[in-house]
Ligand binder design. Structure first.
Ligand SMILES: [Zn+2]
Length: 165
């Protein structure tokens, strides 16, 4: 008892003239992700996984793209707000596993920095945040560099149980 798991997926279009934010950091590239916020696909997938773990709906419900408050917002703020919700339900994060699927640029070298950002927001160790990267072998919209996808799974634990145990 006291553990819940959640999964999240997010997809964004890649387009010229936008910055590419993934995992809370800006990655130099000629294309960026299109979206109402900064379109950080990884942070959005993690938000959805956290919300899913508590059956609290999805990111679109909590931060609607019709609300100008969230226009071009830094998704680290959305993740922080989502985590506040998790804490308000008396849960803490155990670990996060995630995968980013995109053809270019190569992002493996940025993952330590992404881990640092995510771990600090979710108040876990950097070893509790896993970020994997893959391509789609030139196939489909990811392969054509039209978009990118992120998947995340989180495990959360009742903070109350932790105190008791
Ligand atoms: Zn998104």
């Amino acid at each position: 008892m006291g553990y819940r798991v959640g999964s999240g997926i997010d997809i964004h279009q890649l387009t010229e003239g936008r910055k590419l934010w993934i995992g809370g950091i800006e990655i130099p590239h000629h294309k960026g992700a299109l979206g109402h916020s900064d379109a950080d696909v990884l942070l959005h997938a993690i938000c959805d996984a956290l919300l899913g773990a508590l059956s609290l709906g999805d990111i679109g419900m909590h931060f609607p793209d019709t609300d100008n408050t969230y226009k071009n917002i830094d998704s680290k703020i959305l993740l922080r707000k989502t985590y506040d919700l998790v804490k308000s339900k008396n849960y803490k994060v155990v670990n996060v596993d995630s995968s980013i699927c995109l053809e270019a640029p190569k992002i493996k070298k940025y993952s330590p920095e992404m881990k640092k950002v995510i771990a600090s927001i979710l108040e876990v160790g950097e070893d509790d945040v896993s970020i994997k990267a893959t391509t789609s072998e030139k196939m489909g919209f990811v392969g054509r560099e039209e978009g990118l996808v992120a998947y995340a799974t989180v495990l959360i634990e009742s903070a109350a149980d932790k105190r008791a145990g």
